[in-house]
Ligand binder design. Structure first.
Ligand code: PLP
Length: 376
């Protein structure tokens, strides 16, 4: 059987072996409830606090500002709903290309609490209209939350964190950013570019699934999202996902210890893939920004072809994992809200190839030759 090629790292990443090794003792010998006062509990409590430090160090913040959640989804829900229910936010400024866990949280706030929603315009690259953001902030008479993703998971376009952070500070707005796709892949300096809330997820950086975290600025106090025990300093009840937390801590530590190596090798694979696609296929287009773009994501708009319908499936049959979408809204295929929002030609087929440091240039050659075969 031919080896499988995994180019879907924006969906999830394989668990790093060193992360698994770090987790194993907590799946076996160290099983104590972290809330217990005896030695079993103290051992697992210490592991959780070590992981909290690892996450905090990566962001250069204090460990007390990190709260573990069950996912990036939960972290985003907590920030957005917490801002409305605890901070008196009456208006949310966001975009149409956020992940559904942000979009649907914002919509829920509108339906349940009557929160006003403003969608920033985006251009065909997926860049936000920051003049509109400033106008909206300047004209707002009510407390505002700005929630904008740091990098788009479908097309890779990055938001200008520095400018948005500065605008929110100038106009006293709360700022939440979904960094699920950028934690581990970018260096953050929250002292210079402050945010009120920032969310991350373990499984996008070679950590385990089912674990995320929310950074909350120390000046902010929101009510707990999940009520019950006093875990996570009364912010998020429920016995902790101990091995998940340990894995997330290790994954984030490894990502920053190897930052340049991982970034450069991943960037190389993306650039090579782009070049080879341009060299081998006519009329190919790319979605999203070219320069301010996540180095893990390459979104391709393949030209109209009768083969497009089956393209992802054909890739899968050839042993290649990627993901895709269309801009169409017909039939049962609802299409991608992101590709629609950037106005991708609905006749084209959007395929997202997303990479990690586990990938190699030789895999790109294989994918290109399979694509040539499929599309000939
Ligand atoms: N935000 C973005 C940008 C994502 O890409 C994802 C996952 O695809 C999430 C949030 C949700 O994270 P999780 O899978 O941990 O719930």
């Amino acid at each position: 059987m031919q080896p499988r090629i995994y180019f879907d790292n924006a969906a999830t990443t394989p668990l790093d072996e060193a992360v698994l090794a770090e987790m194993m003792p907590y799946l076996t010998n160290h099983f104590g409830n972290p809330s217990a006062v005896h030695a079993y509990g103290r051992t697992t409590r210490a592991a959780i606090e070590k992981a909290r430090k690892q996450v905090a160090q990566a962001l250069q913040v204090s460990p007390g500002e990190i709260f573990f959640t069950s996912s990036g989804t939960e972290a985003n829900n907590t920030a957005i709903k917490g801002a409305v229910t605890s901070l008196g936010v009456k208006k949310i400024i966001t975009s149409k290309i956020e992940h559904h866990c942000v979009l649907h949280s914002v919509e829920a706030c509108h339906e349940i609490y009557g929160t006003e929603i403003v969608f920033l315009n985006n251009n065909e690259l997926g860049e936000f209209d920051l003049n509109q953001l400033e106008q909206e902030l300047a004209n707002s008479k009510v407390p505002v939350l700005v929630t904008l993703m740091h990098a788009n998971n479908e097309i890779g376009t990055m938001m200008d964190l520095e400018t948005v952070s500065r605008l929110c500070k100038t106009y006293n707005a709360y700022f939440h950013t979904d960094t699920v796709q950028t934690i581990g892949h970018y260096q953050f300096n929250l002292a210079e570019n402050p945010v009120h809330f920032l969310s991350g997820s373990g499984h996008k950086l070679h950590g385990p699934k089912g674990i995320g975290f929310l950074y909350i600025h120390p000046d902010i106090h929101i009510h707990p999202f999940v009520h019950g025990g006093s875990q996570e300093r009364n912010m998020r009840a429920g016995t902790e996902n101990l091995y998940g937390i340990v894995g997330l801590g290790k994954a984030i530590e490894l990502a920053y210890q190897n930052f340049e190596n991982y970034r450069d090798s991943t960037q190389q694979v993306k650039s090579y893939m782009k070049l080879q696609l341009m060299n081998n296929f006519e009329n190919i287009q790319f979605n999203g920004a070219d320069i301010n773009s996540l180095y893990t994501v390459l979104s391709v708009a393949f030209p109209p072809s009768p083969k497009n319908e089956m393209l992802l499936f054909s890739l899968d049959i050839s042993g290649i994992a990627a993901s895709g979408g269309s801009a169409c809204t017909s039939g049962s295929d609802k299409g991608s809200h992101v590709l629609q929002a950037i106005g991708m030609d609905p006749q084209r087929k959007g395929i997202r190839f997303s990479f990690s440091h586990h990938n190699h240039l030789a895999e790109v050659d294989d994918v290109i030759s399979q694509l040539k075969e499929i599309l000939k």
